[in-house]
Design a protein around this ligand. Sequence first.
Ligand code: AMP
Ligand code: ZN
Length: 112
Amino acid sequence: MDCLFCKFVSGEIPIQKVYEDCDFIIIKDIAPQAKNHFLAIPKQHFKLLSEATEEQSLMVGKMLKKISTLTKELELENGYRLVINQGDDAGQTVFHLHVHILSGQKMGWQPA
Ligand code: AMP
Ligand code: ZN
């Protein structure tokens, strides 16, 4: 399977990691949409929450909770935004589930 994020996870493509544990990594997005734009990427490959196994669903919950504790590393002090694009209408371009973490500035709301 030719998946960019699997290659980051396996180390086949070296990438600087902001955080790593047994379940997921956090990297900086290459095209930041806010002052800080990180991506939390599970180590297991699946595209959609609707496709996640029970174990993967629990891992996503754990990952979200862990993100909320990385206050200093991700500059979360004044609030932040988490986004998970799911499928075509949302504009998902990498088909390996990931959470966008946006922080470090005030943000508006623009779905389109
Ligand atoms: P999505 O559109 O929700 O699938 O998000 C994919 C994200 O991956 C986009 O925000 C891209 O900027 C980001 N991205 C693509 N290639 C890379 C890369 N080589 N390193 C870091 N982020 C990337
Ligand atoms: Zn993958």
